[in-house]
Design a protein around this ligand. Sequence first.
Ligand code: MN
Length: 340
Amino acid sequence: MSNIAAEPAVQVCQGRPDAGPVRELLPARAVPLGESTVVRRLLPTMGRRMVGSWCFVDHYGPDEIAREPGMQVPPHPHTGLQTVSWLLDGEVHHRDSLGSDCLIRPGELGLMTAGGGIAHSEQSPDPHSPMLHGAQLWVALPDGERERAPSFDHHRELPVLREPGATATVLLGELAGARSPGQVHTALIGVDATLVSGADAVLPLEGDFEHAVLTVSGAPEVDGEELQPGSLCYLGTGRSTLRLRAATPSRLLLLGGIPFTEKIVMWWNFIARTGEEIAAARERWQAELTGEAEATEMVEATGSGAFRPGPFGAVTGFEGPALAAPPLPPTPLRPRGRTR
Ligand code: MN
């Protein structure tokens, strides 16, 4: 027997099928960030790399930084993604190569769209609040949008839904008719839910989204399971509601979206589709760091229509050197799906 179909369907094995609603606790990894901050990295993990188009989830703090510099992340580049800065306590000073220069405070959305290339720095200002607590999240851009012009948006006003015992702020996407002003390029949701003692609330969900809950404080009971701060609980697909209860004051981020079916390559601060694109982005950044980019225009990319990263540009106002890219790994970078 041979397959006589002109274009046989390609079946991509992504490790595990979408099994509908599940509860899967994903472990955190401690990762140093800059010189003085350690974060808990919850995505990507070995077995699950994305939730919708959310592809990177760091939870940091609460850290006492009254006598410390706090977050100090020098200028570094991004491609192919949006960064979402969300603070629970303290503030972060964002600067980027478009000239953006702003302080992001709790309840405000910092949404940076890297597109084809941008550079930014993130710092605790001086002086700063004594506590620092927040989440740094990335959203992968789909193929048709990943080379778009970079942008930065600071949304100080976000829609808030109130129920007895529960308050939900919509960071991105739409919940119960309340839509975030943040521009996204895939169907997704990001919600900050605050629960008082004794809360018992039901959030409406999109049934064709997959979802996960990042617990940031307290001990919320999500779908009947009590969660701990700094944990990510993957909830699968096929849910139209999510019950949230709390015996003590608790706070969580609900992240979800249509499962992202494209395979991506994620390395350092770049998202691309091939290892060659990643190498080109790295080379471009390094060339800009050493001042060679304009002189030699060395990133002649990999054929017509290929992704051309950058220019990333300089971050004015940051005192100190930008971050150099680490060396590429010795083994080829391969595109990966949303699960393993
Ligand atoms: Mn960054």
